[in-house]
Design a protein around this ligand. Structure first.
Ligand code: GRF
Length: 193
């Protein structure tokens, strides 16, 4: 489904963020492994105050801030940078905007995302709260290809966690986020190796 990394070169990758960037941090750290198939060469954010930019600076990775409301213009700027930097894989990590059909089509099977639930269950926001309200036994996280329907592309990898009887939104969020930091990089290995 993805291009095969046959010549042993790392795939030039861009991570899109909007906020904290803890998944970005985990991916950057893992990508420093000699055998990791992707190299993070660009970070794009739509929020100038994204904490995740700290990691761009710390690890000396090129970043672009596009604080632009207009979707067309935002995507135009992104496309320019993606092309200029020869990006072959886009990882959405806490990126809070919808990309247009047109944009996604340009990078078919080259955009992936992480979502804090066991998709196809609990698409969208406030997943932990909804999971707890429904008294689910398990929750988890999913890395999937991005399609034009929200949180609905083909699943690459997912891991589940058991929900304890005294689980709170906060404890569940913490537990799942820790797992996200593991599986995002595993999913990248899976599609590129
Ligand atoms: C994560 O829970 C991710 O699953 C969701 O947004 C959150 C981003 O966290 N899409 P971070 O910015 O990577 O810390």
């Amino acid at each position: 489904m993805f291009m095969v990394n046959s010549i042993g070169k790392k795939i030039r990758t861009c991570v899109f963020i909007s906020g904290r960037g803890s998944n970005l941090k985990a991916i950057i750290k893992n990508s420093r492994d000699y055998n990791f198939p992707a190299k993070i060469v660009l970070i794009i954010t739509d929020q100038p105050k994204s904490y995740g930019l700290t990691y761009a600076k710390k690890y000396n990775i090129k970043y672009k801030i596009f604080f632009i409301k207009d979707k067309n213009l935002f995507e135009k700027k992104c496309l320019y940078e993606l092309k200029k930097n020869r990006i072959k894989l886009i990882c959405l990590a806490g990126f809070m905007r919808f990309l247009s059909k047109k944009f996604i089509k340009k990078f078919r099977y080259k955009i992936i995302n992480i979502h804090p639930s066991m998709l196809p269950k609990y698409k969208g926001l406030n997943t932990h709260k909804r999971v707890l309200n429904k008294k689910e036994k398990y929750s988890g996280c999913t890395v999937h290809y991005v399609s034009s329907t929200l949180d609905s592309g083909k699943i690459i990898l997912q891991k589940k966690v058991l929900i304890q009887s005294n689980e709170t939104e906060k404890s569940l969020q913490k537990k799942i986020l820790k797992l996200e930091h593991l599986i995002y990089s595993q999913a990248i290995r899976k599609i590129l190796n």
